[in-house]
Every structure is written in structure tokens, then in C-alpha cells.
Write a protein that binds this ligand. Structure first.
Ligand code: GLY
Ligand code: MN
Ligand code: MN
Length: 436
């Protein structure tokens, strides 16, 4: 759990980085699913990162300067609605519990913002993210501009608050890493459960149900992204989410699934044989991807740059592609001409955090960013082989991805998702012995 003092520190840190001006950071809206049913509510990650406040219809206004002030606008108490929908803090209790300088009813936002923006140089805002919020920001600014004849000046700059926040969110503190470790443990337990129920004749959705069961049973609020449970050729569809096909003897099953816990995501992929034993061709491809992943993880350390793990994985995959007869030419030719791209068309990872594809630049001044302690990322090479005349037939429709989550430490990295087996021997042992 992240303490109110941590959120307060983050707001102070942001105020310092702003060096003046006013930031306006709304949380996410509730979204209708169909007719009068809503999607499960999920707060905006930036807003939650700075407040810890999980209710919808809330906005943080941060007035930077010598003595920064954090103001929350939120829903009022509503005894009748609370009978139907549950507890709401209301401004007074929210101010107290979350450590804001002041809190107000959300209905006051449009009248208070023009006053708060008067004589400020900059508005820090997520311009372009939501057209309704953009229009509201323009209306606040126009209301300030209407007062210029009475000596008030309006902000002359609208700056993207995300630029500052992305840098903060990219480096996780110990509390965030602890949450991510726990999200990884829960997701690992779910993968093991899924492996144990997999058998020829089961259906992808039955396996998905076991994953979801384990996430919720262990207290995660939701999946971090739609689960991919892809048997056989479905594994070659990178974002397969139908999850409704029967699992066949002799096929592999690729599962890319993980939970979100208290706003932090895990992201795990494992690939294993439906019947418990890898065929020789499946084993060849699997061992290749596993070797590529090991090579990539070895490059995750402070001082390495973002692309080094990807380049390490590519070299292994390209050489393996040549050795298996999937790619033709020398290693340099295959790397240079991209002959591997038919089988490996994505990058080897992404930042991971509150959002599964988390915020943060990958390049700085056109150079790949250096890895630093506290950064968290995935390492997820794969190999996806579609049928083709020039591809040996025993490899057709094999799709393998192996994905782990790692945190950069002072001298290397910690694999947060080590709890799910991934060597051939460990997977076969778990699958064959699953009745025990
Ligand atoms: N599960 C999303 C990804 O692996 O990027
Ligand atoms: Mn991923
Ligand atoms: Mn994934």
C-alpha cells in the first residue's frame, strides 16, 4: 500500500518541476458499456499517481510556487446515491484522508479555475488527450482573458504536464516495486493454475477462466489487459483475444495474461505443450526463444541503453533462424536485411508500471535512453512461424513467446516474474506431474 505522504511528496516534486503555474489533472470518466451498464471503473493513472484517490468525477489542481497548494475537486457526499452505489468521501473527508490543502465539490471546478489561473504564466494540462477537457480548458482561459482590462493577465503558455509526470513515473520507488512484485506473484500463481488445467479437449476459455479466478481470489482488482489464450496456430496472431477454440493434442498453448493490483500491472507470457511434452520442432523453437530471452535479460543493467536487450535477443533469434532453416544468409545479412522479421516482428519489451505499456520516453535527444535503477520493463522475445513453401513444414503454426517483468537494480536486474517455470524440464515436470 502506498501512503498518503508518498502522494503528497509526488505532488511537491511535480510542483518543483513546474517552477510556477497551475496543473489541472482530471481522473478518467466512467464509460457506458451498453444502455445503462458501465464498464468497471478504472481511474486515470496520472491522477492516481498523484493522489491515491480512486473515485470518478475528480480533478487535482496543483498551484505551484513558493508554497505549493493541492486542491481536490470531487463528488459531494450523497446519502441516497451511497445506498445504491457505495461510499463516497466527499470533499471534507477526502481533504483530511488524502492530505490536500483544500477540497471542493466538483461542481465548483468551472467557476474556480478562472480565478486560480488569473496572473499565472502557465497552465499545465494534458492538451489533446480528451476533446471535452480541451474545450473546458479553453473556456477557463477565455474567462481569464475577459478580465484583462481590469489588470488580470492570462496564462501565455499551455504546457504538457505529462512530460514532467512521465519522467517521475518511469522510476519506481521501493513501494511501487513491492506492489509490482506482488502483482507478478499473483499472475505467476495464475499461470501455474492455468498450466495445471490444460489438457487436450479443454477450451481456451476454460483456461482463461482459471487465470481470472486466481487473480481475483488473491485480491487483484482486474486483469491488466485482455488475456491472450492462444492454442496452436492462434499463437501466431499477436493480439489474439477470441479465446474460444478447443485445445488440441500436439499443439502448444501461448498464454499472455497478468493482473493489475492496486493500479500496477504485471505482464507475463508462457508457452507450453497442451499434452505436456514438447515435440522436437516445438522444443527447438522454444529453446531458441528462451536463449534469446536470457541474452536480453543479461543486458538489463544500469548504464545499458534501452535497445541493448532487443539487439541481444535479435542476434540470438537471427542465428537460430539460420540454424533451423527459417532464415537464409549470414548473420549480418539476416540482421541487416531484416530476414528475421517474418518470424519476429515486435520489439523485445516496453516500460511496465501503472499502465501495461507504461509511460516514459525510449529515446532522449535522439539517443536510446540509459537504463537506471527503478525502471521496470518487460523482456518478451518470440517466434511466430506461419505456413509457407520455404519454411520446413514441421515448424508450421508454431508460435512461442516468453515474457518476464524485470526491475533494474543497482548492479543488474531483478526478475519479478520468476515464479512461473520456463525451462523445458521445469514445464514438462509441472505438466506431467499436475495430478500430484
Ligand atoms: N500483454 C501485452 C504485451 O505483452 O505487450
Ligand atoms: Mn508485454
Ligand atoms: Mn504480454
Amino acid at each position: 500500500m502506498i501512503e498518503a505522504t508518498t502522494y503528497r511528496q509526488r505532488r511537491l516534486h511535480l510542483a518543483k518541476a513546474m517552477a510556477g503555474g497551475v496543473a489541472v489533472i482530471p481522473t478518467a470518466p466512467e464509460r457506458t458499456r451498453n444502455r445503462d451498464s458501465q464498464h468497471p471503473y478504472r481511474f486515470d493513472s496520472y491522477f492516481h499517481y498523484l493522489t491515491g484517490f480512486a473515485e470518478p468525477e475528480a480533478v487535482l489542481v496543483l498551484v505551484a510556487g513558493k508554497r505549493p497548494r493541492s486542491l481536490l475537486f470531487c463528488r459531494e457526499k450523497h446519502p441516497e446515491r451511497e445506498i445504491w452505489d457505495g461510499f463516497r468521501y466527499g470533499p471534507a473527508a477526502a481533504q483530511e484522508a488524502f492530505g490536500f490543502e483544500r477540497a471542493y465539490p466538483i461542481a465548483k471546478l468551472d467557476t474556480m479555475l478562472p480565478k486560480l489561473l488569473a496572473d499565472q504564466e502557465s497552465l499545465f494540462f494534458h492538451l489533446g488527450a480528451d476533446s471535452e477537457w480541451d474545450a473546458r480548458a479553453v473556456s477557463w482561459l477565455n474567462r481569464v482573458r475577459e478580465q484583462v482590462r481590469s489588470g488580470v493577465s492570462a496564462p501565455s503558455a499551455i504546457r504538457d504536464v505529462r512530460v514532467l509526470l512521465d519522467d517521475m513515473r518511469l522510476i519506481k520507488d521501493a513501494g511501487e516495486i513491492a506492489l509490482m512484485r506482488r502483482a507478478a506473484e499473483i499472475s505467476a500463481a495464475a499461470h501455474i493454475r492455468a498450466m495445471k488445467v490444460t489438457r487436450p479437449g479443454a477450451t481456451e476459455h476454460e483456461v482463461e477462466a482459471e487465470l481470472l479466478h486466481e487473480f481475483r481470489r488473491r485480491g487483484a482488482q482486474s486483469p491488466a489487459y485482455p488475456a491472450i489464450v492462444a492454442g496452436g496456430a492462434n499463437a501466431c496472431v499477436l493480439h489474439y483475444v477470441a479465446n474460444n477454440a478447443p485445445l488440441r493434442d500436439g499443439d502448444l498453448l501461448l498464454i499472455d495474461a497478468a493482473c493489475e493490483l492496486d493500479g500496477y500491472a504485471a505482464d507475463i507470457t508462457r508457452t507450453f505443450p497442451v499434452n505436456g511434452r514438447f515435440s522436437p520442432a516445438q522444443k527447438d523453437v522454444y529453446q531458441l526463444v528462451l536463449a534469446a530471452q536470457a541474452a536480453a535479460i543479461a543486458q538489463v543493467a544500469p548504464g545499458k541503453h534501452w535497445d541493448e536487450p532487443h539487439q541481444a535477443a535479435l542476434r540470438v533469434l537471427a542465428q537460430g533462424g539460420i540454424d533451423l532453416g527459417l532464415c537464409r544468409g549470414s548473420l549480418d545479412e539476416v540482421l541487416e536485411k531484416g530476414g528475421y522479421k517474418r518470424f519476429y516482428m515486435h520489439k523485445t519489451g516496453h516500460w511496465l508500471g501503472m499502465d501495461v505499456h507504461d509511460v516514459g520516453d525510449y529515446k532522449r535527444n535522439r539517443e536510446w535512453r540509459q537504463l537506471e535503477p527503478g525502471m521496470t520493463l518487460t523482456v518478451e522475445p518470440g517466434c511466430y512461424i506461419r505456413p509457407a513453401d520455404d519454411v520446413p513444414e514441421h515448424f508450421w503454426n508454431i508460435g512461442v513467446r516468453i515474457e518476464d517483468d524485470v526491475a533494474v537494480t543497482q548492479d543488474g536486474c531483478e526478475v519479478l516474474t520468476h515464479g512461473v517455470p520456463k525451462s523445458v524440464a521445469a514445464i514438462e515436470e509441472l505438466l506431467i506431474d499436475k495430478e500430484k
